[in-house]
Design a protein around this ligand. Structure first.
Ligand code: NAD
Ligand code: UGA
Length: 431
């Protein structure tokens, strides 16, 4: 079985590496020449725990290679995955131009028995329209949709041990080929579900929107906790003990960000409207999350006595979540820019040393440790809950800061622990 994966981003690269770890022969293709050169040198262009080791292992075993030559790579493949980006258009709809550009580019090079699988997140109807397009070019290709559910930061584990594999198919060739590709997961009894193209496409958006709604819900509960004297951490634990609710995605914070929840909720609303569906809960989720950032800024200002001009603000963590270098739609962008525009002197420490973060905040001081970043600080703000922040020595930190104020937008600590070391502690949904 020879697999070609087009697009070597968070999804394409992880999928390609993991398929090669399953034992298949894989070529990962990208039109970004610099990225492929980096991969050829054995360097992983993204921060994703465990990926570099697995990648080098499979390159050494000669099961994994990289290429910019899309025509040659797909011509010899039995199965081709498309994993390019589907960002938002200005009206919120999914931008499918990268997907269609790939389809256009590969059409005449696909082999007769090939199965073409879309892994990029695409609105309902897209896979069928790709099939139609290929038909119009005289190609009778089996086209399938296989949504990807991995999380950044846990991508390798999520791919190797998924909760489920969803396969939108039409035709026996797709079914046989995809069963073969995911056969290595049978050993874990992974549920593998075959369904229609439309159901598979919608299951991806519905899953992301539901998780986003859970996060927005607990954030609104956190606001209520602040007003009524309850503790959102306790409320979330109490709710999560009900198996029907579950304890995941009930961590209050600065609002969801990342490359997917924001764009996928908006895209779902957009294409649902074309089918005449209102999706009022998705709408409310989007609005609630948009308001969240402003609320966090108000919280910070209020903790700083409504004055940040000339103050030294130490920001800990800027990526949209821990264990990634991804800055797409991170809540930090609005928070840091607002504080900087108000005249604060910003210093940032982020354990990913994200290059994209550096380009987004070129005007700040970048430091290489928590403690260096907090020298002379008037306030410390935690935006991303990197594990290494859990072990911060507050006594040591207190010696370095000018004013012991810790604003923790991720509820990382025990309130008494922090306060007993002399810090004023301002967190989310806990009085
Ligand atoms: P990404 O932006 O990180 O990577 C996309 C890659 O595709 C880039 O390397 C780009 O150079 C390449 N590319 C674009 N056009 C190309 C072309 N014509 N030929 C070859 N390569 C091309 O994207 P991503 O985060 O990996 O997301 C990809 C898709 O997967 C999106 O639809 C996204 O919604 C979905 N998804 C993402 C995640 C995630 O955690 N990031 C999880 C599940 C699903
Ligand atoms: C999410 C989904 O979890 C994946 O299943 C999906 O494949 C992916 O989107 C996608 O389609 O791209 P990801 O964006 O990597 O994965 O990150 P999550 O762990 O889901 O977190 C998303 C956002 O919600 C982050 O900003 C995170 O900080 C926030 N979040 C999450 C909370 O604020 N509280 C929580 O309890 C959980």
């Amino acid at each position: 079985m020879k697999i070609a994966v087009i697009g070597t981003g968070y999804v394409g690269l992880v999928s390609g590496v993991c398929f090669s770890e399953f034992g298949f022969n894989v070529v990962c293709i990208d039109n970004n020449v610099a990225k492929i050169a980096q991969l050829d040198r054995g360097d992983v262009p993204i921060y994703e725990p465990g990926l570099d080791k697995l990648m080098r292992k499979n390159v050494s075993a000669r099961r994994l290679s990289f290429s910019t030559n899309i025509a040659e790579s797909v011509a010899s493949a039995n199965i081709v995955f498309i994993a390019v980006g589907t960002p938002s258009n200005s009206d919120g709809s999914a931008n499918l131009s990268y997907v269609y550009a790939v389809v256009d580019e590969i059409a005449e090079h696909l082999g007769k028995e090939v199965v073409l699988v879309i892994k990029s997140t695409v609105p309902v109807g897209t896979t069928r329209s790709v099939k139609k397009l290929l038909g119009e070019k005289g190609m009778d290709v089996d086209v399938a949709f296989n949504p990807e559910f991995l999380r950044e930061g846990a991508a390798v584990d999520d791919f190797m041990r998924p909760d489920r594999v969803i396969l939108g198919i039409e035709g026996n060739r797709s079914k046989k080929t995809l069963m073969n590709v995911y056969r290595p997961l049978y050993v874990f009894n992974t549920p593998i579900m075959f369904t229609t193209l439309e159901s598979a496409e919608l299951s991806k958006y519905a899953s992301n929107a539901f998780l986003a709604m859970k996060v927005a819900f607990i954030n609104e509960v956190a606001d209520l906790c602040e007003s009524c004297g309850a503790d959102v951490n306790d409320v979330a634990i109490a709710m999560g003990l009900d198996k029907r609710i579950g304890d995941k995605f009930l961590q209050a914070g600065p609002g969801y960000g990342g490359s997917c929840f924001p764009k996928d909720t908006v895209a779902l609303r957009n294409f649902a409207a074309k089918f005449g569906a209102e999706m009022s809960l998705v709408n409310a989720t989007i609005r609630s999350n948009q308001n969240r950032r402003g609320r966090m800024i108000k919280k910070i200002l209020s903790a700083c006595d409504n004055e940040v001009k000339g103050k030294n603000i130490s920001i800990l963590g800027v990526t949209f979540k821990a264990n990634t270098d991804d800055m797409r739609d991170s809540p930090s962008i609005e928070i840091v820019n607002t504080l900087a525009n108000m005249g604060a002197n910003i210093g940032i420490y982020d354990p990913s040393f994200s290059e994209s973060a550096k380009s987004i905040f070129p005007y700040v001081a970048w430091n290489s440790s928590v403690y260096d970043n907090c020298n002379g600080a008037d306030a410390i703000i935690i935006i991303t809950d990197w594990t290494e922040f859990r072990a911060i020595n507050f006594q040591e930190l207190k010696k370095r800061v000018r004013n012991p104020l810790l604003i923790d937008l991720r509820n990382m600590y025990d309130i008494l622990d922090v306060e007993s070391s002399g810090f004023r502690y301002c967190c989310v949904g806990r009085s």
